[in-house]
Design a protein. Structure first.
Length: 168
């Protein structure tokens, strides 16, 4: 009997990047037009401000198969919306605490301040994060437990007990 196993391919992490429109996304565009070489496994999502990034988006990206998430925003004090990146930093700190409690390694979610003129930094950050996540291996989160609406309704015996309790 022949063994038709596939040769082991190196793990290629899937990284989702949420980049601020005014700074980090512009820097990524600069890196591309300057033909800087960086890992092709990052999928960039442009957001108007890092302060608009709901932590649920990060959790959703990880739950849906991303092995890492990169958040890029303007340097503190340079936000197009004045204080958006300060909001990002507060949310990021809480998010990291939550992710640690879930067993997600710190290196999988990263926040970087990158100005529009820092295309080289985008390249370096993406390549560095890709290598760190590659060493960690795939992220294995437990599947979500879905709650069905019928499981939320009380059992028939509970309904009569509740009705009696309300009557007394």
């Amino acid at each position: 009997m022949s063994d038709n196993k596939m040769p082991n391919k190196p793990f290629t992490p899937r990284i989702v990047a949420f980049f601020c429109n005014w700074c980090t996304y512009t820097a990524a565009d600069l890196a591309g037009t300057a033909r800087m070489q960086y890992a092709p496994n990052v999928r960039v999502v442009r957001i108007m401000c890092s302060g608009r990034l709901d932590p649920q988006f990060v959790l959703s990206a990880l739950r849906e198969g991303a092995d890492g998430v990169l958040i890029g925003g303007c340097h503190p004090g340079d936000c197009h919306y004045q204080e958006g990146n300060y909001k990002t930093l507060r949310r990021f700190t809480l998010l990291k605490t939550f992710l640690r409690a879930m067993g997600v390694e710190d290196e999988r979610v990263r926040l970087e301040w990158i100005a529009a003129s820092e295309g080289e930094k985008v390249k370096n950050v993406i390549n560095d994060m890709t290598e760190k996540v590659r060493k960690l291996g795939p992220l294995h989160l437990e599947p979500r437990v879905l709650i069905h609406p019928e499981s939320l309704s009380p059992e028939p015996s509970d309904t009569s007990a509740m009705a009696q309790g309300e009557a007394s």
